[in-house]
Design a protein around this ligand. Sequence first.
Ligand SMILES: *[C@@H]1O[C@H](CO)[C@@H](O)[C@H](O)[C@H]1NC(C)=O
Ligand SMILES: *[C@@H]1O[C@H](CO)[C@@H](O)[C@H](O)[C@H]1NC(C)=O
Ligand SMILES: [Zn+2]
Length: 398
Amino acid sequence: MLRSLILIPVALIGFASAAQIPVHEVSIEPPLLPESTSNELLYLHRKLVEIESITQNEEKVGKWLKAYLEDQGFTVELQEVSEKRYNLLAYGSKRDTSILVSSHIDTVPPYWPYYHNKTTDIIGGRGSVDAKGSVAAQIIAVLGLKDKLLDDISLLFVVGEETGGDGMRAFSDLENRPDYDVVIFGEPTEAKLVCGHKGIIGFTLKAQGKAAHSGYPWLGVSANDVIIEALGKLLILRDHLPWSKKYGNTTMNFGYISGGVAMNVVAETAEAKIAVRIAAGTPKIVQGLIINALKDVKTKAQELGGDLDAVWVSEGYPPVDIDCDVEGFKTMTVNYGTDIPNLKGDHKRYLYGPGNIFVAHSDHEALKKKELEQAVLDYRRLIIATSLSHTEEEQNDM
Ligand SMILES: *[C@@H]1O[C@H](CO)[C@@H](O)[C@H](O)[C@H]1NC(C)=O
Ligand SMILES: *[C@@H]1O[C@H](CO)[C@@H](O)[C@H](O)[C@H]1NC(C)=O
Ligand SMILES: [Zn+2]
């Protein structure tokens, strides 16, 4: 980072004895972006954050962004993902570009209003980090590129990333979708390039029992007993799941448990919702381990007249390796999921964005103005580096 320390003697004039005057050290950092670019970035970011766009309610922000991008000279296509929910695809003189720059316009609940504290230069509000910081920085970055490169870039802003990625999956399946060489995804990565993220598989464990008076429990089958025994097995299993040097341990979160209706009734049903973040192997392997660990509990429940089943949320995906071979960037791996596996194809893929994931879904979601500005520069750097490397590859192919 550029940083110049300029020593400024403060208020030399007007004091009787110059010898007693302390010399204040004032650190002046050169601006990262020209003022007009920085102002445009903050304006765009503020507008995006001010418009609430919790997943399922992305229409308004999408409409605003479409108009903004059209004002900037882009052609914008809307793709309807479900009723009143649209992905935006924006491009310049041609639709079939080599590079795609993408992020998501939906946020998690609840809505928190936008603020910009000018003293601390901290900008907050729901989505300020995840992922409207990325969206704004990507657009400003692309707008600053020269014609030839600019015309080889498309922007894609999808809905539904926070709840399973229906937006990106719809885009992946879009008829006439260009075949990109490079896709740059925006999510909060603390301005680092991410070399990969864990996979995931989620499931609901459902126990079925038979209700009875709690004074005569042998007349019923307690679904709560079944689920507790099952979770006990999973507590043991979760310390023995596949791991890898790159991603660490596979982890298992019992995110939600419920069962029964009252203390004096034998519970008829119980369930637990569980997410597994996969560090090695595949969802199939993890599924096999879970089913095996629960086998005896299921058999026992069935013998009593109850049951136990795992209902899988989706087929899940294994750990996702991501390209991070660009000089001058710090790198890391992350434990959260992204839209990356939802876009099928044989493209190079990168993941970068301003802000910290740890604040992203919290009530203190915020970042510094400087982080946004740095992201504009970094996205440009990333686009230029990747466009050069894929052009070289094409030349080598010839
Ligand atoms: C800005 O942040 C500072 C330091 O946390 C705080 O003292 C001040 O009240 C804030 N200003 C506003 C307008 O919220
Ligand atoms: C992985 O799990 C093992 C055993 O439970 C533990 O000792 C180790 O610290 C964990 N590693 C990480 C990176 O969390
Ligand atoms: Zn996100």
